[in-house]
Design a protein around this ligand. Structure first.
Ligand code: Z5A
Length: 208
């Protein structure tokens, strides 16, 4: 496959949604085909699964069901959108991907990492070429996210849950430094966007 997969990751309120349009423009300015998706979601079935998994009314979902629903949406997205786009040579930009399952269902819910890795191999069979982590202390992220209004089912979790999510993201980034760029999301927005732009430029220069 000649395209590449770039993912944007981070905890609550880290600023992914805010940064997404900037990152997309920066990639498209290179004259490449850009395909933008989000997880869970990005297909008709995936968006339906997103409603099941995030609506507060489904508070009784067990961790295993939550994980499998994330991967069900991902299976559809990989086959319907991501693989065909990569085969055409497009750049796929995803708002979250498998690392979110390791962070939220692995770190947050305590599901065995080996099981998630097995699902990753079976369901996806691919890894991002570049992952951008917007990293922010949990209390700051939650304050930002809660300032926006009502919380979804996962956002309503306790602070310790999000500490484990953040730790897992940071550990994964440290384990695979070639794939990850960690951005300090506590800076003013202009500085965050500048750091994202520099990380993208460095990636495309290293692999034109
Ligand atoms: N999930 C999972 O558990 N497992 C999986 O495998 C996958 C996902 C794929 C998706 O929700 C949920 O699914 C997510 C993980 C879980 N869970 N939770 N909770 P989502 O896509 O709806 O939401 P999100 O991914 O968590 O993003 P978010 O809540 O929308 O936050 P954000 O995009 O990072 O933040 P934002 O909306 O861009 O910014 C938050 C506020 O901060 C906003 O008012 C901004 O104006 C402000 N902001 C942004 N940047 C700055 C800076 N630099 N300074 C000051 N203020 C700022």
């Amino acid at each position: 496959m000649s395209g590449r997969l770039i993912t944007l990751e981070g905890g609550e309120g880290a600023g992914k949604s805010t940064a997404m349009a900037f990152v997309a423009e920066r990639i498209a300015a290179r004259g490449v085909e850009l395909v933008q998706v989000r997880e869970p979601g990005g297909t008709e079935a995936g968006e339906a699964i997103r409603r099941v998994v995030l609506q507060p009314g489904h508070g009784s979902l067990c961790p295993e069901a939550e994980l499998l629903l994330m991967f069900a949406a991902r299976a559809q997205l990989v086959r319907e959108v991501i693989r065909p786009a990569l085969a055409r040579g497009a750049v796929v930009l995803s708002d979250r991907f498998t690392d979110a399952s390791f962070a939220y269902q692995g770190g947050g819910r305590g599901i065995d990492v080996g099981r998630i890795a097995e699902l990753e191999r079976w369901v996806c069979g691919l890894k991002p070429d570049l992952s951008l982590l917007l990293d922010l202390p949990v209390d700051q992220g939650l304050a930002r996210a809660r300032g926006r209004g009502s919380a979804d089912r996962i956002e309503a979790e306790r602070e310790e849950f999000f500490e484990r999510v953040r730790d897992t993201y940071r550990r994964r980034a440290a384990q695979e430094p070639m794939r990850w760029r960690v951005i300090d999301a506590g800076q003013p927005l202009e500085a965050v966007l500048a750091a994202l732009g520099a990380a993208l430029d460095a990636h495309f220069e290293a692999r034109p």
